[in-house]
Design a protein around this ligand. Structure first.
Ligand code: ADP
Length: 283
């Protein structure tokens, strides 16, 4: 942990009744990083974002945004972040520009500043020509882009995205990936939750594997993949897909040559790392 950290979490715990949603999570995200929080449904991803953005209380531990402790000064912590939650929470009967404007008012921005920022951001997300249309007329992908623009209205230094591409078509997901990268390039720290492994592999500087409220591994996608070995081959048997990993291509080819089954060699990917390091791989 250092002074340049945008997000710091220490031993964060949260239970809902008998369910331990977060079971001692610690991590630090340096300013400017694109960090992916990857895990299956129920892992505790949304709970973490809800705590960090002030929507849910936590039982114990510590969390700070931009050096501001979220329990000690929740309002100051909240000003540092923009958040795009999973469900669409736009006002469908208002125009795109009106939705942006209301958010700016909530953060005390002047009318002139709100108008300028709305114009600027709708251009960034490629919705400028629809500024006066009603939100109800937008497609799912457009609504997601508008939510991202709205979250950036008050110039937050950290953007939280909870499953930003869930339920969207492949081409639209890729477009949103481009937008997220662009936002990071402009200096914003991005904390993204996803259960799409390829999304984390493609976008993130570093990835945490979360499972049952605990971080199982945290590193760059390349380092996580290297931990399981760079090469893999799969064999489909009655027990499912069984994958073996090898540090180098020669060792993998020797193993294939010694086997009677037909197998193809491939490069290991983040899914291999996830399955192995969370103990879910079939061996
Ligand atoms: P994820 O976002 O990774 O899918 P969540 O953070 O939503 O996971 O949930 C983590 C665990 O906490 C799950 O077991 C979920 O059922 C439980 N949980 C989340 N929110 C609530 C709630 N409001 N009341 C009761 N249990 C909850």
């Amino acid at each position: 942990m250092s002074a340049g950290d945008a997000i710091v979490i220490e031993d964060l715990r949260k239970a809902y009744g008998g369910v331990q949603a977060l079971d001692g999570v610690s991590l630090a995200v340096p300013a400017g990083e694109l960090f992916a929080y990857l895990g299956p449904n129920g892992a505790g991803k949304s709970t973490t974002i809800r705590i960090l953005t002030g929507l849910t209380r936590f039982d114990s531990g510590r969390a700070a945004l931009g050096g501001v402790d979220i329990a000690r000064d929740p309002l100051a912590a909240k000003r540092q972040c923009g958040v795009v939650m999973q469900h669409v929470n736009l006002d469908g009967d208002l125009s795109l520009a009106e939705n942006m404007d209301i958010h700016g008012r909530l953060f005390g921005m002047s009318a002139a500043e709100r108008a300028a920022r709305t114009e600027e951001l709708l251009a960034v997300v490629d919705l400028a020509d629809r500024a006066k249309r009603l939100v109800n007329t937008l497609s799912g992908g457009m609504k997601r882009r508008l939510m991202i623009a709205r979250a950036l209205m008050h110039r937050p230094s950290i953007l939280f995205l909870d499953e930003p591409t869930v339920g969207l078509d492949a081409d639209i997901r890729r477009r949103i990936w481009g937008l997220i990268k662009q936002i990071q390039k402009q200096g914003t720290t991005v904390f993204l939750t996803t259960h799409y492994i390829e999304e984390a592999e493609f976008l993130a500087d570093r990835v945490a594997f979360l499972d049952s409220g605990k971080i199982r591994a945290l590193d760059t996608p390349q380092a996580l993949i290297a931990r399981v070995g760079g090469w893999a081959f799969d064999r489909l048997g009655p027990e499912g897909m069984v994958t073996r990993y090898f540090a180098d291509r020669e060792a993998a080819q020797a193993a294939i040559a010694a086997s009677e089954d037909a197998m193809t060699l491939r490069r290991a990917n983040l899914e291999d790392a996830f399955l192995t390091l969370t103990g879910k791989a079939v061996r």
